[in-house]
Design a protein around this ligand. Sequence first.
Ligand code: SAH
Length: 292
Amino acid sequence: MSAIQTQSDGVAQSGVQDQYADGKAAKNWRLYIGEQSGRTTNYKTFLVNLLKEKNCTTIMDAACGTGVDSVMLIEEMGSNPAFNLTSCDFSDKMLKDAFKTRWDRRREKPFFDWVIEEGNWLTLKKDVPVPAAGFDAIICMGNSFPNLMDEHGDYRNQKIAIKNFFDMLKPGGILIIDHRNYDYILTHGKSPNKNIYYNSSIYKVVTKTIYEDGKAKQIILDYRKKDEEDGNFLLHVQPYKLAEFTSLLKGVFGSTANHKVFGDFKELKDQPDPAFFIHMIEKPARKITMGS
Ligand code: SAH
């Protein structure tokens, strides 16, 4: 074999597989999520209020996909002159839609200013420019993080990704990150019968669990389009139990970091069996030590 490499490997982003590369999910995402404006009011109010309450203006959407959350944030917060949004995703097939929206609405200033980058969570600091002070908030929504599979059985990639988010936040900045209620799925063999994000009546999502030595290794989300097989697509995801995910976050942010979990955007106590858990975790402000 020649020692001279004559061509690049031709693989997408290093290390992780882009499940969206065949374009099927991207093509059907709009149908799956229903009307973009149909993002539930609960969701919109929750996210926007939380960001405003914490005075977040410099924001990164770390899994923007086709740009649903980003567009919502621009529409809700873009009139604030300090607002500054960076959106990224590692799937160019998904990003295509976000680029198109930015172009179509470029005459609106906050859309003109919208930064969109191709970025992989594992190499994010290299892929995406970070403001000098760090971001006020990073969001990673829509069950995106579980796309990153635990291939080594020790969450090493998850820790790298979360550490990258941590490093890119300013002290006092917040990470808002969600995942489906896998505790429920693993106990009942199916998702709770509701979806806070999407209101499509065209799709039904069937869940299948793969076990290895008694431990749930992988969940397959089988998106089935009613009456038309052509629009079907599959995603596989890592099934995090709530306690596991919390400990991953705290492992990076520190055990004393301010952390709160919501169920379907409400207080957990008011929401038995939510479809999604949403974590808010704050990067501790720098400690001022004597003599420094
Ligand atoms: N937040 C959007 C997209 C959800 S789909 C919405 O709710 O509509 C999940 C997204 O995560 C996909 O666009 C996928 O490309 C992205 N993703 C998965 N693994 C990633 C990684 N390692 N780095 C960056 N983005 C990733």
